[in-house]
Design a protein around this ligand. Sequence first.
Ligand SMILES: Cc1cc2nc3c(=O)[nH]c(=O)nc-3n(C[C@H](O)[C@H](O)[C@H](O)COP(=O)(O)O)c2cc1C
Length: 175
Amino acid sequence: MELKDILTKRRSTRKFLATVPEQEKLQRIVDMALTAPSSRNTRSTRLMVVTDKTLLEKMSQMRDYGSAFMKDATAAIVVMGDKEASDLWLDNCVITATILQLAVVDEGLASCWVHVNDRPCLKDEPEGAKADDYLRELLSLPARYGILCAVALGYSDFEPKPLPPYEGEERVMWK
Ligand SMILES: Cc1cc2nc3c(=O)[nH]c(=O)nc-3n(C[C@H](O)[C@H](O)[C@H](O)COP(=O)(O)O)c2cc1C
């Protein structure tokens, strides 16, 4: 697919068909995502692919807002960074997650970012337990891995509208 088509086709999708994405597609998605540049080429980003239904259901409970739809996703890819490999691990993760979401579109799938980093489990308790700790325990992740997000994905059960052109002159400045 042409890059401009991928960019306009990418929309956040929170409703998925029951069909599980093929292993080869998931492999190509992680391969593409890991082409992301990284600060000083530290390659600090780590990915975990989850297709186990029970785990996906438990992951969907990491927060009481904005993550419940994950229970119907057929896969999720957790984007993490090795904090000991780079002080810019979070920035490196963001680039990887973005490329990952574009690679998902290229494979005919759809996704939605579920934020993890420093997000409270309960909306009304901003200083309480964090989604990071919930996922770390659930997935047995090492302490040195910081978690940016989990990208929920699968075959979309509808055709979302393509992205509208950006609005507002103030978003781009020219000199
Ligand atoms: C940093 C970031 C965090 C996000 N976190 C969530 C989230 O926790 N739950 C969710 O349902 N969507 C989340 N999203 C998806 C946004 O809501 C979505 O990208 C936005 O509404 C624009 O829609 P679009 O992706 O279809 O263009 C997140 C997106 C980004 C970039």
